[in-house]
Design a protein around this ligand. Structure first.
Ligand code: SF4
Length: 186
């Protein structure tokens, strides 16, 4: 008689499956990324408030962006955005940020880059079907959104990603769009 197959242990971020010097550093980096992403989702309400203030500052800088030129501002602003959001959200610089509509969980970190909710493969313990030791980005997005004042924005249907905007600054786009909107008003 064949022995019963042992149930697989649930995936854990704190227990790398194959310890070793090389894997350890890769797993350590991965854990740090997941830890910061988890912190951002847990603090989605605070980050929502901080972003609202930041956005006001961004809009106030419009005269400066115009004086320098939006095109010339692109490189330095994108540099700062990449590093700040890379640290907090593992940002992939899609150029069309929807963090405020996804509970501060970046949808581009989903291996399938889904922007309108999870695929059908979320595991029973809430982890990803592609990366079993990673929490599903959309499970986290829902959790984060429940703590945000404008969390119901997660219910809005997002358009497909415009690949031509990759590596460009979402911040500048927000400032530019707000200015264009103001100017279009009678
Ligand atoms: S939605 Fe796009 S811009 Fe926003 S954090 Fe994710 S990759 Fe970066």
């Amino acid at each position: 008689m064949r022995p019963p197959i042992a149930a697989a242990a649930p995936p854990s971020l704190s227990a790398p499956s194959e310890p070793g010097p090389v894997r350890f550093s890769a797993d350590g980096r991965k854990r740090r990324r997941f830890t910061l992403r988890a912190w951002s989702v847990r603090n989605a309400a605070l980050l929502e408030k901080i972003y609202a203030t930041f956005e006001r500052g961004l809009l106030a800088l419009d005269p400066l962006f115009r004086a320098v030129g939006y095109e010339r501002s692109e490189k330095p602003v994108a540099f700062v955005e990449r590093h700040a959001k890379g640290l907090l959200f593992d940002c992939r610089m899609c150029g069309q940020c929807i963090l405020t509509a996804t509970g501060m969980s970046c949808p581009m970190t989903c291996p399938k880059q889904l922007r309108n909710g999870p695929c059908g493969g979320v595991r029973p313990n809430g982890t990803c079907e592609v990366i079993p030791d990673a929490p599903c980005v959309w499970v986290k997005a829902w959790e984060g959104s429940r703590n945000m004042a404008a969390g119901d924005g997660i219910l809005a249907v997002q358009p497909p990603v415009d690949q031509s905007l990759r590596e460009t600054s979402s911040w500048l786009r927000v400032a530019r769009r707000a200015t264009a909107g103001r100017e279009a008003r009678p």
